[in-house]
Design a protein around this ligand. Structure first.
Ligand code: SF4
Length: 170
């Protein structure tokens, strides 16, 4: 469980309160600050530093989201959201209690996240309805793709992730 009193603040590079391009429906988007991937051609290099951006508490995100009845859910984008998995779990839990869904972008592959064997990573995966995984690969850039920047990236719902998890275990 995420205790708001013990949860570290989020370090963010930006917020978009209403987006229609970062997942299904109208979404509240948190752009996390800090990314270890350094993909060639990254469109958000200002998010790479782990010391930049600004701090915000999960409760403050949830309060702002409650003011918008049109939202379908929250999207965690980057930066690399899984570098702040504990803080994002607190947001994701609250969002799901509101009856909304969670979309998480990551520069890691799903398989690499499983191999981390980290409890907060596993928890954020469990709270995520739709995962969009993999680094941005400039040579595979495709502006026609829904939500994704390059064709190596995948849209993984819960069922697709379970299939991959079972394949890894076999
Ligand atoms: S994972 Fe995303 S934010 Fe990080 S370097 Fe790659 S494209 Fe940029």
């Amino acid at each position: 469980m995420c205790d708001p009193c013990l949860t570290p603040p989020l370090r963010l590079s930006g917020i978009v309160e209403e987006s229609i391009v970062d997942g299904p429906g109208l979404r509240f988007v948190l752009f996390t600050q800090g990314c270890p991937h350094h993909c060639k051609g990254c469109h958000n290099p200002q998010t790479h530093s782990f010391s930049g951006g600004f701090l915000l508490r999960a409760e403050d995100v949830l309060t702002r989201m409650q003011e918008d009845p049109l939202l379908a859910g929250v999207t965690f984008s980057g930066g690399e959201p899984f570098e702040q998995a504990q803080a994002l779990c607190a947001v994701a839990q609250g969002v799901r209690r509101m009856g909304l869904d969670v979309v998480t972008f990551t520069g890691y592959t799903y398989e690499a996240l499983l191999r981390r064997a980290d409890s907060w990573t596993d928890r954020l995966l469990a709270l995520t309805d739709l995962l969009i995984d993999g680094p941005y690969v400039e040579s595979l850039r495709d502006p026609e793709l829904r939500f994704r920047g390059s064709s190596n990236q995948r849209e993984l719902d819960r069922a697709a992730r379970e299939r991959l998890r079972l394949r890894m275990a076999s």
